[in-house]
Design a protein around this ligand. Structure first.
Ligand code: TAP
Length: 472
């Protein structure tokens, strides 16, 4: 049982101003696996004051100093990878192989990327007699979700550090354990006092104080659309920058070719990864109507082939994060049935043999794009297959969504693949499985307004200053 009751403020582990502990539940066992403190506005005040004080010196450090620090963090991060993986499995139920591999690996990848970008990033550019400087924006409030805890946290913390910002991290209550270990890593690496601070607690308390705070210059938020909207409202009075990385209902377009069954199998299995709790998951699978029978056969086999069970066992899929999330997903499956979608795999209730833990059956429907299950983000292992008559119609269906985060295209005709990719209105498209830590990541429409990853992720944390008539 983990007792992570202190906050990290001004380079020290400190007790909360008002003690108030909460339990962290392991979703695989439904048992208590840890205790954290829920902070109050007074804790945020201390953290913001520390970050403000540290900004004057940290913002003036050289690239070389910040690179040295990032490399020290890399050394400490490498030492704690197994601890991080174990904590992620405990707090959100990711299978150990996924937690130790992809979850922890994404954090390490963002760290390495921040180093590579910082090495060549030009903070000053000269245009004639004008010098344009890119300067750290100031004190940043970083508010993160539970679904890919290291990915979402590292993609904010490392660019913020690299650009000379100071910060207060508000981790999710549901994935507070791995965030605590990350703070230990940063402490061990020697991050100067006040540069990185962490206060655990409820979003409606800690997050709101950060969003409204006049000394916080920027909020970087990853999470749900309603909370993103609330943060923008809370931040409006202080006119701070708000970077939003929100939800999605991404389309995976499978083109009509000889590899169709293989692509459908990959897309279906991909949807079930991380128990479907991925913002950019390809949760709408668009397939040619003329080959629907083959698609159904491949998708059913793929979903039924996803093994579900103990995240410390040898299973592809663990539970979803919480009872609340389980109930939301069950409600959506019921909605799919009620609105007449055809269930071809999975369905209501836990998988057979699992009567404890928040396990969901890998579920596949065949439906239409106007159904609730095709319009709203379910955030669980539920795929909706939608037929199209030609590539133009596929693009139309893909774009008919309030969201615009991700998109996937599988196909062998590369001219067609690229023409479809150019017409999809989303912030990222993965073509036949491509992946790049340096590619900007963020959403169109209600999926958000920011861009993280790589050098675009740096720009989120930078102000632009023009110095005209500068002697050259
Ligand atoms: P949310 O419920 O929105 O919570 C995200 C964070 O915001 C948590 O730390 C939460 O604190 C905090 N929060 C809650 N209310 C707040 C408020 N009024 N003011 C400030 N902060 C507040 O999302 P979630 O359930 O953790 O994550 C799932 C959502 O995140 C999905 O919609 C998913 O698509 C999205 N997501 C998007 C991306 C990208 S990159 N676009 C990546 C991952 C996830 P608590 O711990 O108290 O809830």
């Amino acid at each position: 049982m983990r007792e992570y009751l202190k906050f990290y403020i001004d380079g020290h582990w400190v007790d909360p101003v008002e003690p108030h502990a909460a339990e962290v539940i392991n979703p695989a066992t439904e048992e208590v696996t840890g205790r954290i403190s829920l902070g109050s506005p007074a804790d945020v005040e201390e953290a913001v004051a520390a970050a403000c004080k540290a900004f004057s010196s940290w913002s003036q450090t050289s690239k070389a100093e910040r690179l040295d620090l990032l490399k020290s963090i890399q050394t400490e991060y490498a030492k704690r990878q197994a601890d991080l993986g174990e904590a992620i499995t405990e707090e959100m139920g990711a299978p150990a192989s996924l937690a130790n591999g992809f979850h922890v690996g994404l954090g390490a990848g963002h760290l390495q990327t921040a180093i590579e970008v910082l090495e060549r990033f030009e903070f000053e550019e000269v245009r004639g007699a004008t010098v344009i400087r890119h300067e750290p924006i100031g004190v940043c409030g970083l508010i993160t979700p539970w679904n890919w805890p290291m990915n979402q946290t590292c993609v904010k913390v490392f660019p913020a550090l690299a650009t000379g910002c100071t910060m207060i991290l508000k981790p999710p209550q549901l994935a507070a354990l791995s965030a605590h270990i990350l703070a230990e890593i940063l402490d061990a690496a020697g991050v100067p006092a006040g540069v990185f601070n962490m206060v655990q607690g409820s979003g409606s308390v800690i997050g709101t104080v950060l969003s409204k705070h006049q000394d916080v210059d920027m909020i970087s938020f990853t999470g749900s659309e309603p909370v993103g909207v609330q943060i923008q409202k809370d931040a409006a009075e202080t006119v701070k920058r708000v970077g939003l990385e929100l939800g999605g209902k991404s389309a995976w377009i499978v083109l009509d070719d000889e590899k169709l069954a293989e692509h459908v199998t990959g897309a279906t299995a991909g949807m079930m990864g991380n128990s479907g709790q991925t913002c950019s998951a390809g949760s709408r699978l668009l397939v040619p109507n003329s080959r629907m029978a083959e698609v159904i056969e491949a998708a059913t086999a793929a979903a039924n082939g996803v093994t579900v069970g103990d995240p410390n066992g040898n299973f592809a899929m663990g539970p979803v994060v919480s009872k609340g999330q389980y109930n939301i997903i069950q409600d959506y499956i019921q909605k799919g049935l009620d609105e007449g979608a055809k269930l071809i795999a999975g369905g209501l209730g836990r998988p057979e043999g699992l009567d404890k833990g928040w396990y969901v059956k890998p579920t596949v429907f065949v439906g239409t794009n106007d159904m609730v299950i095709a319009r709203e983000e379910i955030f669980g292992p539920v795929l909706v297959i939608i037929g199209y008559d030609d590539a133009d119609q596929a693009v139309g269906i893909a774009n008919e969504s309030n969201f615009g985060l991700g998109g996937y295209i599988s196909g062998t005709d590369l001219d067609l693949v690229r023409s479809v990719a150019r017409r999809m209105r989303t912030g990222a498209i993965w073509i036949n499985g491509g992946f790049d830590f340096h590619a900007p990541f963020g959403g169109y429409k209600r999926s958000g307004n920011g861009r993280e990853w790589g050098d675009y992720g740096f720009r989120e944390y930078l102000e632009v200053k023009s110095m005209m008539g500068f002697p050259v």
